[in-house]
Design a binder for this molecule. Structure first.
Ligand code: ADP
Length: 188
């Protein structure tokens, strides 16, 4: 089973992805986590990505698609993947479609976790406090930019996947467990 978890920054995609990894043995592919790992490892990609991420902009589609393609071919992904934070642009969604078709894999569900914008600011503030500032993009200023980028580049994926009949929305204002149950009932 291959799933996209979709939603604005702070909507809870990572939290729910981890729950699905534990509950269903799927592999989480988070492009944000991959980029942060590259930054921590001090690779050339990491060095290039850091400024872009700190500004709240998007890393280029080519880099992102390359990272995902590399991971998809690892044997651990054979049972299926949860895509978290990817695709974020129509070009990435097209690239993903091609990658899946090349491997004869289906995309089973796209689940949007929907959260009020005011709540996103509060959540990001809480995350910044809890993680002691380890994510340099978790501040009100960068979040504003990330939300603008989300509306401009990523929100068009809602009608994109609706047209394919794959889009389902869960209310992300509920508790973590309730959101998890709503996702479980979609996945069956
Ligand atoms: P969040 O969902 O909380 O905004 P992520 O960890 O998914 O955070 O992403 C953090 C940053 O990493 C983004 O603001 C962007 O700069 C970069 N990034 C992550 N995934 C992608 C992607 N698919 N395409 C382009 N940039 C990405």
């Amino acid at each position: 089973m291959n799933i996209i978890l979709f939603g604005a920054p702070g909507a809870g995609k990572g939290t729910q992805a981890k729950r699905l990894v534990e509950g269903r043995g799927l592999v989480q592919l988070s492009t944000g986590d991959m980029l942060r790992a590259a930054i921590d490892a001090g690779t050339e990609l990491g060095l290039r990505a850091k400024d872009i991420m700190d500004r709240g902009d998007l890393v280029s589609d080519d880099i992102i698609l390359g990272m995902i393609a590399e991971r998809m071919d690892s044997p651990e992904c054979a049972n299926g993947v949860i895509l978290d934070g990817f695709p974020r642009t129509v070009a990435q969604a097209d690239g993903l479609g091609q990658m899946l078709a090349d491997r004869d894999w289906a995309l089973d569900h796209v689940i949007e976790i929907k959260v009020d914008e005011a709540a996103l600011f509060a959540r990001i503030e809480t995350r910044a406090a809890e993680t002691g500032g380890t994510r340099s993009d978790d501040n009100a200023e960068t979040l504003k930019k990330r939300l603008a980028v989300y509306h401009e580049n990523t929100a068009p994926l809602l009608p994109y996947y609706e047209a394919k009949g794959l889009m389902r929305t869960v209310d992300g204002m509920q508790s973590i467990d309730e959101v998890g149950q709503a996702i479980d009932s979609i996945l069956g």
